[in-house]
Design a protein around this ligand. Structure first.
Ligand code: B4P
Length: 199
């Protein structure tokens, strides 16, 4: 795919319920816009696979479809931002997932004088989320891709994460995107919103 150069710091949050396509779309967007990807899900799964103390603790929550405690996730993000001082910007995928995480992220970025530029929120109905994740379960090997755990993950999203969109609505930064359609159609819709901000 073609490559778009961004000339100023650009920080994007890709937001949406579990299975809405955040991971899928991030992979395409970071190539197109040359941004650094930060996925808390990926970072946590890496800690779990390496059986670090953080991973052992996080696994207890993840296997039940619950959010990992804020202080663990915020610490991880802070380290990751510090490890990448020279990037054009970040795609935050699956973070922030609580209001506390959003407040912490704003503070971390304020310190660097590079606030969130845009929040793209993927909207997908619950039945479709379950269908996609159970389809992924056939090959993912993820302990949290079962029907019971997916139900809990969606509940956690509605109870604790949805509110993050209001936090950024108050800053006028949220664009809602229909997350139903082909991966290419959704990628085009997301790119169009980014281009409005950067071009
Ligand atoms: P994540 O790794 O963020 O998991 P996810 O929500 O399932 O991923 P995503 O929305 O990216 O779905 P994907 O693109 O893969 O989190 C896992 C767990 O980690 C959480 O439950 C929590 O315990 C913990 N965690 C992570 N971040 C945290 C935080 N900040 N705070 C606390 N805890 C945290 O898409 C799913 C499937 O749909 C794929 O199979 C894909 O191929 C398919 N798909 C994508 N787009 C499609 C389309 N357009 N049509 C059809 N299928 C599509």
């Amino acid at each position: 795919c073609s490559y778009t150069i961004i000339y100023f710091m650009f920080n994007l949050i890709l937001f949406g319920p579990p299975g809405s396509g955040k991971g899928t779309q991030s992979a395409n967007l970071l190539q197109k816009y040359n941004l650094q990807h930060i996925s808390t899900g990926d970072l946590l799964r890496d800690e779990v696979a390496r059986k670090t103390p953080l991973g052992v603790e996080a696994k207890k929550f993840m296997d039940q479809g619950m959010l990992v405690p804020d202080e663990v996730v915020i610490g991880m993000i802070s380290t990751k931002i510090d490890e990448n001082p020279h990037v054009r910007g970040f795609i935050f995928d699956g973070f922030p997932r609580t209001k506390q995480q959003a407040i912490a992220l704003d503070k971390l970025l304020e310190f660097k004088n590079t606030p969130i530029s845009l929040v793209l929120a993927l909207e997908v109905p619950d039945e479709e989320l379950t269908k996609r994740i159970l389809h992924r379960a056939e090959t993912s090997g993820r302990a949290d891709d079962t029907e019971e755990v997916v139900k809990k993950r969606v509940e956690e999203y509605r109870a604790k994460t949805e509110i993050v969109a209001s936090h950024y609505d108050a800053q006028g930064k949220v664009e809602r995107i229909n997350g139903l359609g082909t991966v290419e159609e959704i990628f085009a819709a997301l790119s169009a919103e980014i281009d409005k901000v950067i071009l």
